[in-house]
Design a protein around this ligand. Structure first.
Ligand code: SAM
Length: 331
């Protein structure tokens, strides 16, 4: 069954590729399919000046690792601009992990389910769209409770992944937030005509993911996977700017200072390995308190740079402030 599905996916991909070549277009650039808090899309231009030089040129670096994947903005750029043979992607949030796996293995089925949701949604008026959103959200949360106890079929996985993407594209600010019992609780977003199913993008992503190992573990998994001549990009949950900005969104766990220290321990041990280049980003606590040198001390043996970024500082999208972010490298 899964074999047949994979065969179908290949056929769909080839057909789309053929259509594009026929029209004289090149395959579209893969980009994040989720709106993700802490997404690095807007920092990419600045990051380019800080990637290791071995990533380009003769392509000495063959392996790419991203243990806090989220929306994967850096992954998409690196895979399409550097000579990477294999990537190792990890995400602790099981729903997001499932999205990448289903897009890798069963993209045709994800597209089918997502188009179905999109077609229904676009035929509705504003009020019906809102009701539909809450119906899907409710079904999504109810199913999670029953799904825990059983093995999901590939059809159930792609239907669920389509729901995750649908909710992400139509909810308020594209947030991912769960309550203490793990239920997705972001309200309806009221967007005019949101693009819900970007078929070409999903197909292009699926192509890229054919070279990926995708895991659903704690970030420390990278220790088992690491190979010489690699690049590891760590983008952990932010250290909160202030007490109210900690929206505890991604998963029902806490990434506190102890977790940041555990991560720094891993960074130090990986850094001593042959040809392993490491880059890590985080919020700069000095935005709040100029005397807070938590990261300066934690990464005193590394290079630490401060970049300027625009960041949402509370739930009001209009209130974006220029703040600095830190970038740590071992090269
Ligand atoms: C700042 S976001 C990454 C954003 C991503 N770089 C992007 O461009 O969208 C951090 C991610 O780490 C995940 N995460 C949180 N704790 C984790 C852990 N212990 N191990 C692995 N991933 C974790 C969260 O679910 C979240 O997706």
């Amino acid at each position: 069954m899964m074999q047949k599905q994979i065969g179908n996916d290949l056929a769909i991909r080839l057909e789309i590729k053929h259509k594009m070549i026929y029209k004289g277009n090149r395959m579209c650039q893969a980009k994040p399919f989720l709106k993700w808090a802490g997404g690095k899309g807007q920092l990419l231009e600045q990051f380019k000046g800080y990637f290791p030089k071995e990533l380009n040129g003769k392509g000495i670096i063959k392996h790419y690792y991203e243990p806090f994947l989220g929306g994967g903005a850096v992954f998409f750029w690196v895979m399409q601009n550097c000579k990477i043979e294999k990537s190792y992607l990890n995400e602790l949030n099981p729903e997001i992990y499932l999205c990448y796996v289903a897009i890798q293995k069963d993209v045709g089925s994800v597209i089918k389910h997502l188009k179905n949701l999109e077609n229904k949604y676009h035929k509705m008026n504003d009020e019906e769209q809102s009701t539909f959103f809450y119906q899907v959200r409710n079904e999504y949360n109810t199913f999670r409770k029953t799904a825990k106890t059983k093995q999901l079929s590939s059809k159930e996985v792609s239907a669920r992944v389509a729901m995750t993407i649908f909710l992400n594209r139509t909810c308020f600010n594209g947030l991912y937030r769960v309550n203490a019992s793990g239920d997705f609780n972001v309200p309806f977003g009221r967007y005019k005509n949101p693009l819900i199913c970007n078929e070409e993008n999903l197909l292009a992503i699926s192509e890229l993911l054919q070279k990926s190992v995708i895991t659903n573990e704690d970030f420390a998994v990278v220790k088992k996977q690491i190979k010489p001549n690699s690049f590891v990009y760590f983008d952990p949950p932010y250290r909160p700017l202030n007490k109210t900005s900690n929206f505890t969104s991604y998963i029902a766990n806490v990434f506190d200072d102890e977790e940041q220290m555990r991560l720094a321990g891993l960074v130090k041990s990986l850094s001593s390995k042959n040809g392993v280049k490491i880059m890590l980003s985080n919020s700069d606590p000095k935005n709040q308190d100029p005397n807070d040198d938590f990261f300066d001390k934690l990464y005193e043996d590394f290079n630490l740079t401060r970049l300027k970024a625009k960041r949402l500082i509370n739930c009001n999208a209009a209130k974006r402030a220029q703040i600095s972010e830190i970038l740590v490298t071992n090269y």
